[in-house]
Design a protein around this ligand. Sequence first.
Ligand SMILES: NC(=O)N[C@@H](CC(=O)O)C(=O)O
Length: 445
Amino acid sequence: MAETFDLILKGGTVVNQDGEGVRDVGIRDGRFAAIGDLGFAAAGEVIDCRGLHVLPGVMDTHVHFREPGLTQKEDLETGSRGAVLGGVTLTFEMPNTIPTTTDAAALADKVSRAHHRMHCDFGFYVGATRENTKDLAELERLPGACAIKVFAGSSTGSLLIEDDDGIRAVLKNVNRRVAFHSEDEYRLRERMSFRIDNDPRSHPVWRDAQAALMCTQRLVRLARETGKRIHVLHVTTKDEAEFLAGHKDVASAEVTPAHVTLTAPDCYERLGTLAQLNPPVRDAMHKAGLWHALQQGIIDTCGSDHSPHTREEKAHPYPKAHSGMPGVQTLVPLMLDHVNAGRLTLQRFVDLTSAGPARIFGIAGKGRIAVGYDADVTVVDMKRRETITESWIASRAGWSPYTGVSVKGWPIGTFVRGRQVMWDGTIVTASSGESVRFLETLAPA
Ligand SMILES: NC(=O)N[C@@H](CC(=O)O)C(=O)O
């Protein structure tokens, strides 16, 4: 008897990080069941994907969704709505909420709030503090925990471990790869006087390239000393990229679309404090260095650092305005526009947003269009030109630094474990998000 499927995505160009071709994709029970020419195989539903690209579901492993405690900016529902409208099938969310996600109860609370309320699959970072350092090996193994996060430089919220002894203790206590916000806190404190009132152009002068490089060098040294692995979030400098190229055995790295799309000083002149984020958007030389690193495979993941703040919070004069900008919904369109402009290949984009995150975080059963994997899919139209508008943005923050920007390449469909969640700008199946599973790579407790 001929095979039957719940769903067939018909005739699209299927892209994995290591190859592509026109194929039908058969999905059954939430997983990929067959890939190839499925002819007239029976299916509950057949979706015509001819002329479209069928990508492994895009993972955004760096978002701030602000629930609990800061839901005037965003919550897990609105944040994940933006994610799936933008073609994202999975998010890993940061611990700088109120309360912070720094113990088992706070993590369990986030997981229960997210379960079948978020529109995409999810994991949550546990924030490291001096108080919980000794418990981190247990905390990182709890259901729903994607990794430990350390703020080595201060940003939004109060989480901070800036000294070598504190960071060394975290690394010693943790078995999985640890994610870092890497800016040298001592140098940031020394350079406070470089902040010029009302002038956000002074943001990258205060939080300079040297502060980022110094911290990344220290983190790599401490990783080697303790025999642990680190993930450097939002790398912003050419110098860090060049340094990290020699340390891929212990350090993986992320870039954000903002740091490879916006350029200083132009963005501060155009957008004012809306362009203020940590670490800062830097000049054309650093941006070119990041592009080179992306092309060379020195960068492993592309995360949005979606950091919604209200318009009021962003309207304070510099330096009082809050640092951060929304980005989960615009990650795919901006990066596809860069693909169309020839800055990276579509396969490299797929590596950065699916295979890369799966490898770095040890995600089980996701990150590839292959039989047996979860049927997470992002369908995109590489020829479609669209203008990013405020009315399209789902974030409760209600703004984007990219409104009015025209892009070529657009997310058309989002599928999470075989369920059609978004098609052509409309939510089809709401609230099916579940906790991500991780490979059993942990040392015995
Ligand atoms: N990136 C930012 O500028 N802000 C982030 C915190 C952070 O990741 O630094 C936020 O939570 O607002």
